[in-house]
Design a protein around this ligand. Sequence first.
Ligand code: 48F
Length: 250
Amino acid sequence: MKDILISKAILESFFNKLRDSLELDVAIVGAGPSGLVASYELAKKKVKIAIFEERNTPGGGIWGGGIMFNEVVLEKELEDFLKELDIKYKYVEDYIVVDSTHFASALIYHTTTWGTRIFNSISVEDIAMQNNRVCGVVINWGPVKKLGLHVDPITIKASYVVDGTGHPANVVSLLVKRGLLEKKTEFPMNAEEAEKFVVEKTGEVFPGLLVSGMAVCEVYGGPRMGPIFGGMVLSGRRIAEIITERVNKR
Ligand code: 48F
């Protein structure tokens, strides 16, 4: 029966992918723009990396553009990045504008082409820790979390974990609720300051745990910024720089 061969193809392929991802160099939580860019830059350097995204649609806040007008805005300094990824863009006065569906799908396409595995519909519900260092993520199906089912998770080992979960900083919050870390909260909107703030503060918040994108503002009390995405791209790149430096040192 052909249907059984189809089922077998899916099962074998998925379980091989998951089994091969049990030990990673980098686990990124959240497939928003900062996580996707970080993964793209790291995958190009042959770092073993996977993204865990609790929704079945990677892309995070990109798809919605601004108020569901599906366009995102970037600073002109990002033009070379867009060219590298063959992303189509136009200028409106001094800003670059990109169709958000095109932008999200291009980031997903390029990072997976370089070898990033994106596990969608998988939620990170906890972190693994050894010797006071974050050393992995604890995963479960996204719908298990949504439905509040009592199902035990499994663990993925990673040399570095990145909290790319956006405004709520969900991974950092797991340490905060245990009293292992303190965080502030995101400040009101100020796009100009927020972009600089995010890039400057992107980095390690706890041994083994780095923070990227809007989660940075939640952790350090930076302003929010709305549908401008240059800071997200630069934050993702910064994560890749920091991790590459460390991996090279080792
Ligand atoms: O929020 P999000 O797009 O992250 P980001 O990279 O980008 C922020 C911008 O989209 C925008 C902005 C800046 O211009 O203000 O908001 O900081 O994507 C975060 C992703 O993380 C997923 C969530 O579904 C989303 O796709 N996520 C959140 N918690 C978890 C998670 C979790 N516990 N496990 C897995 N995925």
